[in-house]
Design a protein around this ligand. Structure first.
Ligand SMILES: [Zn+2]
Ligand SMILES: [Zn+2]
Length: 291
């Protein structure tokens, strides 16, 4: 049996698009992922539920070594503080590196402020190191985000108005590339960025999802509809990127609609097949993909 030390897997923790929690089906939780590269346990995005999903996937949050946030929409970072705090109370001993766009340091410092009573009590009463000292936040921009002996991460700004700092992320390790699209409208240049990826995790929506989400959310004007169209990709567009990039596996996530009674796996795959004949998987919470 392979030891955990050498494990190279991607676990989809949350695969639903958007912040609302609706039906507890197979894609229930907003965006979060775990990339295991041996002893490096990397979280990509921290939608609500990430901490529980990680535990269900068999990992204590105290093993996390790195966190990457693609952008500051709540469905990608609402549980950043909760995850780190739980890692701390679960016995975090090492430095945790948090990488996010401009504004991430403020999110973290405000979380520490919000939790100051609890943190001070636990430091005094339980003899824990101060949480502040265990976490370093690095705000990144397009280009190389970080480079170490285990992996290199690079970022590409995506099209996700009105948010400017939203990034696709490439993880390069041992000659393999794992690419996350982040949230983005169809962006042809993403194909170059994702070229030859072992796995491309790409956001996706269907026409039926746009109708469903706008009806369900009950907004009184067309702003949500216009946001979805201007800032997100349809599944066939994700297929086009996967084809142009020549990826080995396309994983659809950030699903709109997430509910399988509105759209089933076959509906998603049929859209992708307009452009991409390779391996494709419709994301579901908890799926573990070895590579
Ligand atoms: Zn999102
Ligand atoms: Zn977003």
């Amino acid at each position: 049996m392979k030891t955990d030390h050498g494990e190279r897997t991607l676990t989809l923790l949350g695969t639903k698009g958007g912040p609302a929690l609706r039906n507890p089906g197979v894609s229930f939780l907003p965006t979060s992922n775990l990339l295991s590269l041996g002893h490096r346990k990397i979280i990509i995005d921290c939608g609500i539920g990430v901490t529980q999903a990680l535990a269900r996937a068999g990992h204590s949050s105290s093993v996390i070594t790195d966190i990457f946030i693609t952008h500051l929409h709540s469905d990608h970072m609402l549980e950043l503080g909760g995850l780190i705090h739980t890692a701390w109370t679960s016995g975090l001993q090492h430095q945790l590196a948090v990488n996010g766009p401009a504004g991430t340091a403020r999110v973290w410092s405000h979380f520490l402020e919000m939790m100051e009573v609890d943190i001070a009590v636990r430091v005094l009463d339980e003899g824990r190191p101060h949480l502040r000292d265990l976490v370093s936040v690095h705000e990144y921009d397009q280009g190389i985000v970080t480079k170490n002996s285990d992996f290199t991460v690079s970022a590409l700004r995506t099209i996700h108005p009105p948010i400017k700092d939203c990034f696709a992320l490439n993880f390069l390790s041992d000659g393999q590339k794992i690419c996350f699209s982040g949230d983005t409208a169809f962006m042809p240049s993403l194909a170059g960025f994702a070229e030859n990826a072992r796995i491309l995790v790409h956001e996706a929506m269907l026409e039926s999802g746009v109708d469903y989400v706008t009806a369900k959310t009950g907004n009184t004007d067309e702003r949500l509809y216009r946001h979805l169209i201007a800032s997100h990709s349809f599944a066939h567009e994700a297929g086009r990127i996967a084809h142009d990039a020549g990826v080995k596996l396309l994983v659809l996530n950030h699903l709109i609609p997430a509910e399988r009674n509105i759209a089933q796996d076959d509906d998603w795959i049929a859209e992708v097949r307009q452009h991409f004949s390779g391996n494709v998987m419709v994301g579901a919470d908890g799926i573990k993909i070895p590579f």
